[in-house]
Structure formats: C-alpha cells, structure tokens
Design a binder for this molecule. Structure first.
Ligand code: UD1
Length: 424
C-alpha cells in the first residue's frame, strides 16, 4: 500500500483548478442506466470510486468507459443483469444507487447490502422506505436487498430520518420515481447541490422534476427517458479542502472553476476565524492577515456545515490558539481522526458527539494512519504545517475521492510525495 510523505512548513501559494464532484458524478452515472442508449457525462473526476461504479456497470451488461480525460460514455442499451454483488458493493457504499435505476428499467434489482464503515453505522432504511413508497416490494435475504416492482407507482414519500435528510435515499427515490407511473412527492428531501445536479441530468433526459434543492421535490413520472449529455458540478468538498489547506499553512490561494455559492457554510466559518475570502465569478480566494480565532462548528445537512469537511477543519482548528468546539450531527461517530491528529501533537478530546479542540499546540511530524477518505485529507493538511516529516499510511482512501492531490499540492509549493509500495 502506498504512503504519502510530507515535510511541513511551506505556505501554499498559487492557483488550483477544482475537479468535478465525485458525489454528483456517481448518481448521474446511475441515472444513465435509465435510458436505453449512449449518455455522455463530462467533468467526471478520475477516481477509484468512479472506477468501482464502472465495474458494477460492466457487471450489469452496460458498455462504458472514458472517451476523454474527464468524459465518460455510458451505453445502457444492453442492460441485462439486475445484480450488484458484494465483492463490488463492499468497495463503495454509493453502489446502492443502482437500486432505483435497476427497478425502473428491469422491474427488479438484487443489490448487496453495503456494510458499515469507520465513520459509523450507515443504514439504508430510508432508501428502502422510498422505494416501497413507489410500490416496490423489498426483502432482505442472505445479505442482499431483493426488490421487485411490477409497475412502479408514484406516491407521497417522507424521507426525514434520525440524522436529518439522506442524500443517497433522495437520489435513489428520484431515480426510480422519474419512470414511475404518476406523480411522486418527496418530503424531507436532501437539499445538497449533488441532488440538484442529478435532477438537472434527469430533466435533460426528459424527466419532469421540480423543487430539487428544497425539502419538497415533485416528480412526474415519464414512460421513458432518453440518453443525454451533461457537465457535472465542481467538487465543493475538494474546493473546501484546498481553502482549508491554504488557511492552515498561512498561504494564499485562488481556486478556479469552483462554486462559492455551494460553500457558504465553510466560507462563513473561515471568515469568522479571520481569513480573508474573495469570491469573483468562478474564482474563490483565501489569504490570511495575521492569526486566526477559534470557532464553534456544527455539521448539518446542506446548507449547514458539511460533515465531509469536519476532519479537515479539525486539523486547522488544532493550530489556532484557543478552544474550538466541533459538533458532528450527521455521523456522530465520525471522529477516528482525533487519535491520529493527537499523534501529531494536537490536543483534541471527545465529549459525546462534540470534539473539544485545544488549539495552538505545535504540531510535529509523525507516522499516522488514514482511517477514511476525509480523515486522510485532514492528516495531510496537518502534515503540511507539522515540523519535519509526516508519513500518512493507507492513502488508498485518498484515491477514492481526491483527484491528483499530491500533484495539486506540489504545484502550490508543498513538499509532498507519494511513496509507492515498492519504495517503502
Ligand atoms: C453522502 C455522501 C457522503 C457524505 C454524506 C452526508 C455520496 C456518495 N456520499 O453519503 O460523502 O458524508 O452524504 O453529507 O454522495 N441515514 C439513515 N438511513 C438511510 C440513509 C442514511 O439513517 O437510509 C443516515 C446516515 O447514517 C447519516 C445521515 O442519514 O447519519 C446522512 O446520510 P446520507 O445523506 O444518506 O449519506 P450518503 O448519501 O450515504
């Protein structure tokens, strides 16, 4: 397994291009299964999760592949198999997004239940509730979801859960409802930009969806969707990670091709800390004038502060003198990175779903272990300011969600390199 080695101390300076959003590309790819023909999706990031989805598609009999650096062609004319096996689903939870399209196209689906993961239990009850609300019969057997629908029928579906709305369940429901007979109303829908992007693609395919981006979405089912071409939105989590990287190193960066309006919660918190943020068209910039102040952060569904930036923000706050508090409301157990940040010299303790960060301690390089995708990014950010050498192990997590991170950080002036397994 590859490692990443960082020598801390260089402020990041320069410009960086934001990649397409993984979490928008995955449901959009799933939507392409609904049309018997060739869809083209542009601005897809080259990431391991995208490759996993392509493997699942090939297993289903779909022809798909790259036709440009960031362009995917998906030809679902011959979609024939309705089963997504455990060997593939276990690599990525978002595989469960094929449930809705398989039901919509073939009237049946057999998808392995994704397991839990280190960020805590991740149930799929809302996905199943949504599909049942469209008249599908769902059974769980031998670790698989077996779903059948003679005819999907529209209905009124409430998708609010214990931790708020669910992005994945809203997407699965939108996918199936688009080809169900009659009208579906989803109440308690997730409002994330990735849901809006999925609805945009489905509408391009001939779907009739209104209200995406609000908690109440209406879908008028259509008999058939046609293939379409679409550009995926920029990755707000990647963009946010680079802004935090600039803040932690005391540098100055300009992001190109980002969407500041998708990052309001982060930009507001960074400004409250004293960072200077610029927004101008597709450019977002960050610089520091002096020190930063501690803040409180609560992660919440969009437009609240994203849970996917919590670990990176914790790394930043551990360098800011004073006491900061981070409350995790989306995944209350998503704190595996605390122990590793503390190995680098941070002083963070956990009180229930709240992390107390006693910031301002000097970080010093060490060997650390990445537990999940966003935690890997947080450890790299801490390594950028830690004195000396930091080695981040298990960086395969990073390849799931950050396109060319080592190259992008190097271009910004970081001393970072990837050590391939044979070099270690
Ligand atoms: C998506 C993102 C992930 C992000 C998360 C929250 C993708 C591919 N992944 O994941 O990066 O961290 O949104 O912003 O887009 N829940 C249930 N029952 C369900 C489904 C979810 O209780 O059936 C709970 C989850 O355990 C969690 C909360 O709802 O506490 C939000 O999860 P959800 O929005 O579904 O996350 P994902 O779509 O899996």
């Amino acid at each position: 397994m590859d490692n990443i080695e960082i020598i801390g101390g260089n402020p990041l300076r320069g410009e960086v291009e934001v990649s397409g959003a993984k979490n928008a590309a995955l449901p959009i790819m799933a939507a392409a299964l609904l049309a018997p023909g060739k869809s083209v999706i542009n601005r897809v990031p080259r990431l391991r999760d995208i490759e996993t989805m392509l493997q699942i598609f090939r297993h289903l009999g779909v022809r798909c592949g790259w036709t440009g650096p960031h362009t995917l062609e998906i030809d679902a004319a011959d979609l024939s198999d309705c089963a997504a096996p455990y060997e593939l689903v276990r690599k990525m939870r978002a595989s469960v997004l094929v449930l809705g399209p398989l039901l919509g196209r073939l009237g049946k689906a057999r998808v392995s239940i994704p397991g839990g993961c280190v960020i805590g239990p991740r149930p799929i009850d809302l996905h199943l509730k949504g599909l049942e609300g469209l008249s599908a019969q769902v059974e769980i057997e031998h670790g698989y979801i077996n779903a059948r629908a003679g005819n999907l029928k529209g209905g009124e579906i409430y998708l609010g859960g214990r931790f708020g709305s669910s992005v994945g369940a809203t997407c699965n429901c939108l996918l199936a409802a688009s080809v169900a007979a009659g009208t579906t109303t989803i109440v308690g829908a997730a409002c994330e930009p990735e849901v809006i992007d999925l609805a945009g693609f489905l509408n391009q395919m001939g779907g009739r969806i209104a209200g995406a981006g609000s908690p109440r979405i209406t879908v008028e089912g259509v008999k058939e969707l046609r293939p379409a071409e679409y550009n995926v939105i920029p990755d707000r989590i990647e963009a946010g990670t680079y802004l935090i990287a600039a803040a932690i190193t005391g540098g100055e960066i300009v992001l190109h091709g980002g969407r500041a309006d998708h990052l309001d919660a982060l930009l507001e918190r960074l400004q409250a800390m004293g960072a200077v943020i610029g927004r101008e068209g597709e450019k977002i910039s960050l610089r520091r004038e002096g020190g930063l102040s501690p803040v409180e952060i609560t992660t919440l569904p969009y437009p609240g502060f994203p849970t996917d930036l919590q670990a990176q923000m914790m790394a930043l706050l551990s360098t800011v003198p004073g006491i900061s508090v981070i409350i995790e409301k989306v995944y209350p157990e998503r704190f595996m990175h605390i122990a590793e940040l503390n190995r680098l010299g941070a002083e963070i303790s956990l009180e229930g779903p709240a992390a107390i960060v006693r910031g301002g301690r000097k970080l010093s390089g060490a060997e650390v272990m990445a537990s999940d995708l966003r935690a890997s990014a947080a450890l790299i950010l801490a390594g950028l300011v830690a004195e000396g050498r930091t080695t981040v192990r298990r960086v395969y997590h990073l390849d799931r969600g950050y396109e060319n991170m080592v190259e992008k950080l190097t271009a910004l002036g970081a001393a970072i390199r990837r050590l391939e397994e044979q070099d270690i």
